[in-house]
Ligand binder design. Structure first.
Ligand SMILES: Cc1ncc(COP(=O)(O)O)c(C=O)c1O
Length: 284
């Protein structure tokens, strides 16, 4: 069960049965200056005896949302009361790569499964993940890995072990990786605001990860169509509807959002935003 969507596109294809995932739309909290933030809709979360796991990414791909400490507590209580584990996908989280722009605490206890990855340290090909969980869960993971991969890859672990031993891992995250993404997200927000002076553009508050999540109100067309139009002009974004795993139908909100990447060169970013702005003007 995914307690708030939008969520990571990669969850859509996990599992071997249809309808494996259930999910709940996030609540939208409007903030000043055209920003908004998704919030856990704890009152409407349906956990029953068919639920096996609660899963969230923190920070979230695609929205850049970071669940608050209080929201983690709420999910933890819900998981504990229903005797299911809480999985926190920490692919962008702390302590590494630590692409988090605000102050939150790491979360773990015996009922949590925290998953980390070397991918966002620049090592996606190393295929190394780190699972922090109680011993019983780790035993299951070990058995599963023995079947699916025979043995975990050793290269990533060897590389990162060296970074830990010479104490360069955390400075790399805090002095190089996080500032890069934070500055890029600030630049992208500034360029968007300059190019699109319209209150119908809402930007999810960038709190972490590597993306901006944009919501266009009253566009008149779906963002699936907007994607097609912009692609013809040389701009690729990801339509929002793909980030709603566990939803049976596509909501208006899902079709009003896009995920935007901001790690290209500044010139390309500028050009991409110009193409986006022109299409939005035409639609609005
Ligand atoms: C939230 C989230 N979880 C997991 C992954 C996948 O990470 P890995 O490359 O370690 O499989 C990604 C990659 O984009 C992600 O955004």
């Amino acid at each position: 069960m995914i307690p708030l969507v939008p969520e990571y596109i990669g969850y859509c294809d996990v599992g071997i049965e249809a309808d494996l995932i259930t999910s709940q739309h996030a609540r939208i909290h409007l903030l000043d200056d055209g920003f908004f933030k998704y919030q856990l809709d704890i009152d409407n979360l349906q956990v029953d005896n068919s639920t096996g796991l609660i899963c969230v990414s923190r920070p979230t791909n695609p929205s850049g949302n970071v669940l608050t400490d209080q929201e983690c507590d709420q999910l933890d209580r819900l998981a504990g009361n229903n005797d299911v584990p809480l999985l926190i996908d920490s692919a962008y989280g702390t302590p590494f790569p630590n692409i988090i722009f605000n102050q939150v605490n790491p979360f773990w206890n015996e009922n949590c499964i925290v998953c980390m990855s070397l991918s966002k340290l620049g090592l996606p090909g190393a295929r190394t993940g780190i699972v922090i969980a109680n011993e019983e869960v780790i035993r299951f993971f070990s058995n599963m890995t023995a079947i699916t991969s025979l043995a975990p890859a050793g290269i990533g672990a060897a590389l990162v072990n060296q970074l830990i031993l010479d104490r360069s891992l955390l400075p790399l995250c805090n002095d190089v990786i996080r500032p890069f993404y934070q500055q890029r997200s600030q630049l992208a927000v500034r360029l968007l605001r300059e190019a699109i002076d319209d209150s119908r553009l809402h930007i999810h508050k960038p709190e972490g990860s590597m993306f901006l999540w944009l919501w266009f109100e009253g566009l008149g067309i779906t963002t699936t169509e907007l994607y097609q139009r912009m692609k013809k002009n040389g701009l690729l974004v990801v339509p929002g509807k793909y980030f709603f795993p566990g939803q049976r139908s596509v909501s208006d909100h899902a079709e009003s959002c896009i995920r935007m990447n901001y790690v290209q060169s500044e010139e390309q970013l500028y050009r991409g935003i110009e193409i986006l702005a022109a299409e939005l003007r035409a639609c609005w």
